[in-house]
Ligand binder design. Structure first.
Ligand code: ADP
Length: 717
């Protein structure tokens, strides 16, 4: 440790204690920069004090008998003391440094016996000032590479001399200092080298890790690859890795790993491949094989297989091949297919020929179809028919020219639903809207007759339109379309016929009424006269007149219905009474069947007495008409919620399901071997349905062939 026994103080020896003008300059070596680099390479400046160095300065001070001994290192602008025996400061400015002079002659000691008399130092404040340096002896500290770094020096406040032994000893000590410095530098370099080694090892470890990972990846890639892959190592082509696909081609399992290739595909099959492998290994050039044929073992059986493959050399950094990677794709199916195709080519040619013949036929058929369509169009026009279609989603309407002309629409441009409805007779509009709704929402087919007022001529035209919903391949309704007919002529004929029937019926009714009156008068006279034959004959005449009256009433009603002249005369009456009276009337003239009214609780209803009576009598008459003699007919009614339901049941011939839906249409009669002898006009049920309809009721039938029928109607209460 440096002893603080000097009168030198750090304050007085600061870096620049003198004004610039008085500063001493110091000598510089030619290679000063290199010298400084050398000094810095020891990393010693500004380090803490060390016992080794302090021991050496202590020894120097004892040997030379001086109060001060220093290990001084000359920095760029200062001298710094690694050890400072007898001086409390650790550095002074280079300007005042004795050592800066000592290093100029690195090979010998610099000894200043009396600094006051040396012109280099006589004005040096360290000499002139309190520090009072008089004697100085410094041995330059020269590095192993020849750079003077500073000096080991001894200082005294009085003039004196050193013996040769003392100088030699000081030189040996200086050598010791240098050795210590060199040792230090070596240690630092070693540390650095160690550090580098450490980094290198860490890197190596990381690289190794990466290598392992990429090798693992490569292996798993090879194993999972959708093509056949194997890696063969070295000149013996030892199997390093092989995936399932290539093992399958070779007909081997995992035990082939580390075995040479010639053991996997032995001669003669393997010969060719072995030769290619050798060539690739020695030349370092890849080999590509196309459609190579080989025998593959599948399910224990050998079969021909075709492959495209590549043998690719894998090289090290120096470009020397160390392994070969084999990649093969099986193309057996394609090759076989191609062969089949070429075999089938002739067949294809023939088929092609047939196809072109069929095509020609198709063209002809198409042509014929076009002609047929044209004929159909003409036929439709002749028959006063057209076609129409409505898109159920957009309500877009398309119609043939015939319909457009009939309505008085222009032949080009779109026609809206609204325009169509406006052309339709207001009386039928609501009905048509209902029909349209039922078709689109409930997919019901339609068959309607209505009148329109032609837009240009204002003429009334009668039309009949049928329609049906069509579906796309997903079952979604995509078209509501059908046929359209101009039935004006038929309709006018019908109206004329109706008028005629109405008129005739009316004309017939009056004489019949008086005929019935005369028969009744004659009957009562015959009864009085006791002439039984006359009574019987007159009764039968009355029955026939009654039948005729009923029939004529029917016709009259029809004509009234058609001209919309039928009107209801509603009144309150007892339904049970009406049924009993109607039954009595029928029983007067019919004795062939057992007709029973199953007693029901009395019920008052508000309706047209005559017309409801007509309906009941019609249903009973039909039951009698279409049932075998001797069978039973039952009438009953029941109250359900707010309506009354009346039923007439028979044990007759029954009606087929397809006829039931048409029973209530005008003039509809079931035509079969059972009915052809039974006379009728097919208006009875139609009239019943119309009467019930205007009473806001419902009428329907249930029937089973050979077992009988039940006719029901219901009326709101
Ligand atoms: P029709 O004058 O022909 O009797 P309707 O309108 O009264 O005319 O009846 C229509 C058709 O319904 C008849 O032709 C008949 O085939 C069938 N029909 C009506 N009532 C019965 C019934 N009770 N049993 C079997 N068929 C019946």
């Amino acid at each position: 440790m440096a002893e603080n026994n000097s009168d030198l103080t750090s304050n007085k020896l600061g870096k620049n204690p003198l004004p610039a003008g008085k500063r001493s300059s110091f000598p510089l070596l030619e290679n000063e920069n290199e010298r400084l680099d050398a000094l810095y390479s020891y990393h010693i400046l500004d380090t803490t004090e060390e016992k080794d160095f302090d021991d050496l300065t202590a020894l120097a001070s004892v040997i030379c008998q001086t109060p001060i001994a220093l290990v001084s290192l000359v920095d760029k602008d200062r001298q710094w003391f690694k050890s400072h025996k007898g001086l409390s400061v650790r550095e002074t400015a280079r300007d005042f440094s004795f050592c800066a002079h000592a290093i100029i002659s690195p090979n010998r000691a610099m000894i200043i016996t009396d600094a006051t008399k040396d012109k280099r130092f006589s004005e040096n404040p360290l000499v002139t000032g309190e520090t009072n340096i008089v004697f100085y002896a410094g041995i330059p500290l020269v590095s192993s590479d020849g750079f003077p770094l500073g000096s080991l020096c001894v200082i005294d406040h009085q003039t004196r001399a050193l013996s040769d032994d003392q100088v030699n000893s000081l030189t040996i000590l200086a050598k010791q200092v240098i050795d210590k410095l060199e040792l230090r530098r070596k240690l630092i370099e070693l540390d650095k080298a160690n550090e580098k080694l450490k980094i290198f090892f860490t890197q190596l470890e990381a690289d190794h890790q990466k290598l392992n990972e990429s090798e693992l990846k490569l292996r798993s890639l090879i194993l999972q690859a959708p093509v056949a892959i194997a890696i063969l190592k070295g000149p013996e082509h030892l199997v390093e890795s092989a995936n399932e696909k290539i093992l399958k081609i070779w007909g081997k399992d995992k035990r082939v790993v580390n075995k040479p290739f010639y053991k996997i595909l032995p001669a003669p099959e393997g010969d060719l491949f072995l030769k290619i492998l050798r060539d690739v290994y020695t030349s370092g050039i890849s080999y590509y094989g196309y459609e190579a044929k080989t025998r593959i073992k599948t399910h224990g059986e050998f079969k021909d297989g075709y492959f495209n493959f590549v043998y690719q050399p894998l090289k090290d950094d120096a470009g020397v091949t160390h392994s070969i990677i084999i990649i093969a794709t099986e193309i057996t199916e394609q090759v076989v297919a191609r062969k089949e195709v070429s075999e089938n080519n002739a067949l294809l040619f023939a088929t092609n020929h047939e196809l072109s013949t069929s095509n020609q036929m198709l063209i002809n058929t198409n042509h014929e179809l076009g002609e047929t369509q044209l004929k159909l169009k003409q036929a439709m026009e002749t028959g006063k028919m057209g076609s129409w279609s409505i898109n159920p989603l957009t309500f877009e309407v398309t119609m043939s020219d015939f319909i457009k002309e009939l309505f008085g629409f222009p032949l080009t441009g779109k026609i809206t639903m609204e325009e169509i409805l406006l052309t339709i007779d207001p009386e039928y509009r609501q009905m048509l809207i209902e029909v349209l709704r039922n078709a689109i929402l409930h997919h019901l087919p339609s068959d309607t007759e209505y009148s329109i007022i032609q837009r240009i001529t204002n003429e009334r035209k009668w039309v009949k339109a049928t329609g049906k919903i069509f579906y796309d391949s997903y079952g979604v309704a995509n078209e509501y379309s059908g046929m359209f007919m101009d039935i004006t002529e038929r309709k006018l004929d019908e109206l004329r016929k109706n008028d005629f029937i109405g008129m005739v019926s009316h004309e017939l009714k009056t004489p019949l009424t008086s005929l019935y009156g005369y028969i009744q008068i004659l009957n009562s006279r015959a009864e009085k006269a006791g002439n039984e034959f006359f009574v019987g004959a007159l009764n039968k005449s009355a029955l026939q007149v009654k039948k005729m009256t009923t029939m004529i009433n029917g016709f009259l009603n029809i004509s009234r219905l058609n001209s919309g002249k039928i009107a209801l005369q509603k009144q309150s009456f007892k339904l049970d009474d009406l049924i009993s009276i109607t039954l009595e009337d029928i029983k007067l003239i019919q004795h062939s069947h057992t007709v029973t009214f199953i007693p029901s609780p009395p019920l008052s209803i508000f309706a047209d007495l005559d017309k409801i009576g007509n309906v009941i009598s019609n249903l009973i008459s039909n039951a009698i008409k279409y049932s075998p003699v001797g069978s039973s007919i039952t009438i009953q009614y029941q109250v359900l919620d707010n309506l009354v339901q009346l039923s007439v049941q028979d044990e007759g011939m029954g009606i087929k399901r397809e006829d039931i839906v048409h029973l209530f249409e005008r003039y509809y009669r079931v035509e079969n071997e059972n009915t052809h002898l039974i006379s009728g006009f097919g208006i009875g049920l139609y009239l019943c349905a119309e009467i019930i309809k205007i009473h806001d009721g419902k009428i329907w039938a249930e029937s089973e062939i050979g077992k009988g029928s039940v006719f029901h109607f219901s009326l709101p209460l």
